[in-house]
Ligand binder design. Structure first.
Ligand code: 5GP
Length: 199
């Protein structure tokens, strides 16, 4: 099995990208491992340390910046830092894995710039900003203020979609999942679901 590829999935919060990334991780032929990001935001719901994120406080995060430990980092929302530790990608590549990221558009495009050949950058588009609002409210893990902050950012992020290698329109989840699986399979050189369907 070949590894060493980077798969970036970026999208406005609430677009369904986390569901897509989780689904892809369950497909053994893709040989994927999830890049766990560092963040200074507070834990939500059932999130676990070292599994969903490496949670740390702002000063610990800033120390990592000072030590040049990040491949990329971003103050995604005020005082909410997020970043990809170089050690995380090195660890997963050493295991022979393809690394998949669930990160914001700026971070995603930065990684693509650093590793142009190894990276497939995919933008997941929500049906509309209104639909995004409904999804975030349904999730109800955050206050209205935080939801509004995410909606404001979404409009800016949508404008960056053309800079990505591929765009997946998430109108219908089943279709989006299949499209994502086929794109990644082709990029990492695994057999596609189309081939499997013909068997
Ligand atoms: P959330 O708070 O919903 O988990 O994530 C907020 C945003 O930060 C999402 O768009 C998420 O993809 C992004 N994010 C998560 N990890 C990273 C990272 O390591 N770097 C960057 N640039 N963004 C990240």
């Amino acid at each position: 099995m070949k590894g060493g590829k980077l798969l970036i999935f970026s999208a406005p919060s609430g677009s369904g990208k986390t569901t897509i990334v989780r689904y892809l991780l369950e497909q053994p032929e893709l040989n994927l491992a999830f890049s766990v990001s560092a963040t200074s935001r507070t834990r939500r719901g059932k999130e676990k340390q070292g599994e969903h994120y490496y949670f740390m406080n702002v000063s610990e995060f800033k120390n990592h910046i000072k030590n040049d430990d990040f491949l990329e980092w971003e103050e995604v929302y005020r005082d909410n830092f997020y970043g990809t530790l170089k050690s995380e990608v090195e660890r997963l590549w050493a295991e022979g894995k393809n690394v998949i990221f669930d990160i914001d558009v700026v971070g995603g495009l930065r990684i693509k710039k650093k590793y142009p050949k190894e990276t497939l950058a995919v933008f997941v588009k929500p049906p509309s900003v209104d639909e995004l609002k409904i999804r975030l409210k349904k999730r109800s893990t955050e206050s209205d203020d935080k939801i509004n902050m995410r909606i404001a950012k979404a409009s800016v992020e949508l404008a960056t979609a053309p800079q990505f290698d591929e765009i997946i329109n998430n109108y219908d989840l089943e279709t989006a999942l299949k499209e994502a699986r086929d794109l990644v399979a082709e990029f990492v050189g695994a057999s596609t679901s189309k081939e499997e369907d013909q068997k």
